[in-house]
Ligand binder design. Structure first.
Ligand SMILES: Cc1ncc(COP(=O)(O)O)c(C=O)c1O
Length: 434
């Protein structure tokens, strides 16, 4: 669809009208959560004006003597591509390679979309952190890093990083022994525009050796990465690399590493020109991922959670009656993969374990777990062991129940008979009606 070109004067007047409307319109809660585009260095076009309209307006603005080349970068294109990605590869979280285009607007748009970031240097890491992205959403995906970069990344909490050789393992073990390492394996699409196979990536034989070495150095390996080359034309190259990654996962798990991450690199087409489209790559990758890395396939892991209440607190009866089985209810979606889980209390006592085995979707720090039937012998038996504060208790009643309470017939109001002197006569047994 073509639109009538809009003159720059008309654009400016529309933009200022829109700006004043925004100033006077009461913002909804949703709107308030989003950052202001201007603060992100992004110009918000008025309703109905496309980036193509804006391009024409800018062209009109330049006079004959000032025809400097310029670029109009439409952040909406990133939003659409992000949605296309989610539609085609819902199990794969996109991590944007900052080296591709490090403009603030691009990084901040992706940050708003919740994407992760693939950084090659401390400067790229700082750029991303400066946009408010948490360190956990960054992978330092350069297999050969400078020592000072590893150090600075660690200071900022960036611990996930790739490697593909012995020297790098030794370097990381000396500078950041708590790093979460991802082994980059060799992968190659011979038809790719830019090939990395000769520069980066360990063979299967080398991978075996590196995993053993990491074990000896006490390092944590959490996954495998590959990159088939930029501008790939061959979806089968990814399938081959996914199969190789699976072999390395298998070796690593045998050595006791808890493998959680497969980084499938880049190389996907950025635009729909010649060659297979992104969706065609995705259609080939998805079944390979589902076959070799089925959902929940890493659920051999046992998740251990430390709750801020435990056996010395509201779960005290459990100390005396371990037969009671507590059932935590998670607020995560019911379609999430389930993991065998242990729920511990906060004190230092190893007996302070509320549930030694249960099935839960993966929880993060700050998530809530709900336990029902926490009335009798909970708040009354709290101990101060370990110096923990008793869980705060809110006593509430619903409107209907309050109504019932108030309108309760007199004969139902008291179960305990009262004698003439007004003293209650204890019964030998009471039934609590719940
Ligand atoms: C480790 C890594 N990940 C991702 C990318 C991005 O690749 P592409 O631009 O081909 O998608 C690169 C590019 O060099 C890379 O080295």
């Amino acid at each position: 669809m073509t639109r009538r070109p809009i003159s720059s004067a008309e654009l400016r007047s529309r933009e200022s009208r829109y700006a004043s409307r925004r100033r006077t319109t009461k913002k909804t809660k949703e709107e308030m959560k989003l950052p202001n585009p201007a603060e992100l260095g992004i110009r918000l076009l008025e309703n109905g004006i496309t980036s193509a309209d804006f391009l024409k307006i800018k062209m009109e603005e330049f006079n004959l003597d000032e025809r400097d080349a310029f670029i109009v970068a439409d952040m909406g294109d990133i939003v659409h591509k992000h949605l296309r990605w989610h539609e085609a590869l819902p199990r794969v979280a996109p991590f944007y390679a900052v080296k591709c285009n490090d403009r603030r607007a691009v990084i901040s748009t992706l940050a708003c979309l919740g994407a992760g970031f693939d950084c090659a240097s401390k400067n790229e890491i700082n750029m991303v952190l400066n946009q408010g992205v948490p360190a956990e959403r960054i992978i330092f995906a350069n297999p050969c890093k400078q020592s000072s970069d590893i150090r600075e990344a660690a200071v900022h909490g960036v611990h996930t990083m790739t490697f593909d050789c012995e020297d790098e393992l030794v370097k990381v073990s000396q500078i950041n022994p708590t790093a979460r390492l991802v082994l980059r394996i060799a992968a190659d699409d011979p038809s790719a525009l830019f090939k990395f196979g000769n520069k980066f990536g360990a063979s299967l034989e080398d991978s075996k050796h590196l995993l053993h070495m990491a074990k000896k150095l006490g390092l944590e390996i959490i996954g495998v990465s590959f990159h088939v080359g930029s501008g790939s034309k061959e979806p089968e190259a990814y399938v081959k690399a996914i199969y190789s990654s699976h072999d390395v996962f298998h070796l690593a798990k045998k050595l006791g590493f808890s493998m959680k991450l497969l980084d499938i690199g880049g190389g996907f087409p950025g635009c729909d020109n010649d060659g297979p489209k992104f969706e065609e790559f995705a259609a080939r990758l998805k079944p390979a991922l589902d076959l070799k890395f089925p959902r929940g396939s890493d659920d051999k892991r046992i998740m251990k959670y430390y709750l801020d209440d435990g056996l010395y607190g509201s779960f005290c009866t459990h100390l005396y009656d371990p037969e009671v089985v507590m059932k935590p209810i998670s607020f995560k979606g019911s379609d999430e993969p389930m993991f065998e889980s242990i729920c511990m209390g906060p004190t230092g006592d190893e007996k302070d374990c509320i549930i030694s085995t249960c099935s839960l979707p993966e929880q993060s720090s700050g998530d809530w777990l709900h336990f029902k039937d926490m009335g009798a012998y909970t708040v009354s038996t709290y101990t101060s062991f370990g110096g923990f504060t008793p869980s705060h208790c809110e006593d509430v009643i619903g409107q209907d129940d309050w109504q019932t309470l108030q309108t309760l017939p007199e004969d139902l109001r008291t179960l305990v008979p009262v004698d003439a002197t007004g003293l209650s006569v204890p019964l030998s047994c009471c039934v609590q009606n719940s």
